[in-house]
Design a binder for this molecule. Sequence first.
Ligand code: SF4
Length: 280
Amino acid sequence: MDKLSEKYLRARKIPSTACSGCGLGQAHKAFVQAIDELNFGIDDILWGTSIGCSGRQTFGTWKGDNFAGTHGRVYAIARGLRLAIAPEMKIVLTVGDGDAFGIGLNHLLHAARTNTQMTVLVCDNLGYQSTGGQYGWTTPPGVKTDSSPYGMYEPNWVQSGRDVLNIIQAAGATFLARHVSMEGRPLVDTLKKALQNNGFSLVHCVFPCITNFAKNALGSRNSVNMFNWVRNHAAPLGQEAGGREIFWRTGIYHDASNTRAEFSQSVKEKTAEIQREVSG
Ligand code: SF4
């Protein structure tokens, strides 16, 4: 067990509940690294999750307070918890793409609208991998999956002009970014920025699913090929030249950190105002 894992994570969940070669561990490790570099301790973080590969990996892994919500409802639970816990305690969530951009999108938009402090790391395994590898809301165009053997044909949330991050920005999120999990240092630095926003932050992190996605899309479970495939379809925002087909533009999409009142602050101020009025 490395030093960071020993400091923050429960031994029985180490190294991971994910399949061997899965990129989920990279995404989680980057989050723990960011927390450590900001000098947060176990008692400074409340860590939530919900379902799927990401939920299974996350639940009960953090040594401190943690919780799991039902599918897609974890943002609503987090908003309630935000009102109940100390303002200086951070809420972080690690969730899957189905949870965030599918069944949970409505709840997620309301968390963004109200600028509720939470840092959501969307661990995107490119489809429904825990149920066998069906295509999902972020499966890239043309890619073969268990349920799209002739290629992903539905419009999705990563295609140009239909980027889900634009929707979340319009809803009111104050920090939005995207990375692929093997980026390492840039991902850690972005997560640090996200954690320093006293409002709603979301970082979309794409990682390779070796077990189902690689088998269907690339014809083998070779992890090096899969990691390279993801890397080759990503480029930093504004540097997409080169004729490559890019699915993921990486970097910070939107940073309006600490420019709007945070949800629990607004509620507490309004409550105090009403109490003053009522008591005359
Ligand atoms: S099914 Fe895919 S995404 Fe899920 S843990 Fe295994 S490799 Fe990772």
